[in-house]
Write a protein that binds this ligand. Structure first.
Ligand code: IPE
Ligand code: IPE
Ligand code: MG
Length: 257
C-alpha cells in the first residue's frame, strides 16, 4: 500500500517538475506523434479497446499543453489512418465520435492558450458530424498564433503522394508545368499541408518500430524516438524526455558534423 501511495506521489510530483534542462535554442519546431497502443493498453486491463481510445484523448490534451509549454510550434497527431477503416465498424464509429468529444471538452481551453487547430487527410470520407466538429474548431482558432495542433485524420502518406503525382501529371498534360518545374520544393508544396515545415522529431508510442504510412516524404530527415509506453500513458514527462534526447542528437543531413 505504501508503495502504491509512494509511486502515485512520485508520478504526480514528477508531473509538476519544471521541464528538465531543455536548451531553449534547440527546441524542435515541428513534432509529429504516432499515437499507438490504445487497444493494448485497454486489453492489458481487461477493458474494451474503446476505453483505450477514450483514455488516449486525455493524453492528446497533455501532449498539446506540454508542447505549448516547451515552445514547440507545430504538433501533428496521427489520429486515424486511411488503413484504419479496416477495423470493426463499432470501433471506427467510436473513433469518429472522438474528435467532437475531445473538442467539446477541450476547445475553450485550447482557445485560451492561443492554439490553432488544423487537419490533414481526406475530409470527404469522414462522417459529417466528425468533419463539422473539426471545421468548427479550425474556424474558431484560425486567427490564433500559438501552437499549431494538426490532426492527421483519414491520412495516408502514399495516397497523399499519389495525389501529388496526379496533380503533376495533369499540370504537365495541360502545359501548365514542364518536367523541369517538378522539383523537390514543388512536391513539398503540393502535399496536403504546405504551411507546415517537415517534422524535426517523430515520436511513436506503443512499442512498434514502423511508420505505418505516416508522412513518408516529410520524415526523410526527422529524428525518430520510440517508446514502449502505450499512448494513454504518454504525458509531459515523456515529451520532455523525447525533446531532451532530440537535443543530444547531431543532425547531419548526409554531411559531416
Ligand atoms: C492507436 O491505438 C489509435 C488508432 C490507431 C486509431 P491502436 O488502436 O492502434 O492500439 P493498438 O495498437 O491496437 O494497441
Ligand atoms: C498507426 O497505428 C495509425 C495511428 C496511430 C492513427 P496502427 O495501429 O494503425 O498501425 P499498425 O497497423 O500497427 O501498423
Ligand atoms: Mg495500433
Amino acid at each position: 500500500m505504501i508503495n502504491i501511495i509512494q509511486s502515485w506521489w512520485n508520478k504526480n510530483k514528477a508531473q509538476k517538475l519544471p521541464v528538465p534542462t531543455l536548451s531553449k535554442d534547440n527546441i524542435p519546431r515541428h513534432v509529429a506523434i504516432i499515437m499507438d497502443g490504445n487497444g493494448r493498453w485497454a486489453n492489458r486491463r481487461g477493458l474494451p479497446r474503446i476505453v483505450g481510445h477514450q483514455t488516449g484523448m486525455k493524453a492528446v490534451k497533455r501532449a498539446a499543453l506540454a508542447a505549448d509549454e516547451i515552445g514547440i510550434e507545430y504538433l501533428t497527431m496521427y489520429a486515424f489512418s486511411t488503413e484504419n477503416w479496416k477495423r470493426p465498424k463499432d470501433e471506427v464509429d467510436f473513433l469518429m465520435r472522438l474528435p467532437e468529444e475531445f473538442l467539446a471538452m477541450e476547445l475553450e481551453e485550447l482557445i485560451e492558450k492561443n492554439v490553432r487547430i488544423q487537419m490533414m487527410g481526406h475530409p470527404e470520407e469522414l462522417p459529417s458530424h466528425t468533419i463539422a466538429a473539426m471545421e468548427e474548431a479550425m474556424r474558431r482558432t484560425e486567427n490564433n498564433t500559438g501552437l499549431v495542433l494538426n490532426f492527421a485524420l483519414n491520412y495516408g502518406s502514399r495516397r497523399e503522394i499519389k495525389e501529388t503525382f496526379k496533380e503533376a501529371a495533369e499540370a504537365l498534360a495541360s502545359g501548365a508545368l514542364t518536367p523541369a518545374d517538378i522539383t523537390e520544393e514543388w512536391i513539398g508544396e503540393h502535399l496536403y499541408h504546405t504551411a507546415l515545415p517537415d517534422p524535426d522529431l517523430l515520436i511513436r508510442t506503443g512499442g512498434e518500430l514502423r511508420l505505418s504510412n505516416f508522412m513518408l516524404w516529410q520524415l526523410a530527415y526527422s529524428e525518430l524516438w520510440f517508446t514502449d509506453l502505450y499512448w494513454p500513458e504518454f504525458g509531459r514527462d515523456q515529451l520532455a524526455q523525447a525533446v531532451a534526447e532530440y537535443q543530444r542528437r547531431t543532425r547531419r543531413y548526409g554531411g559531416l558534423s
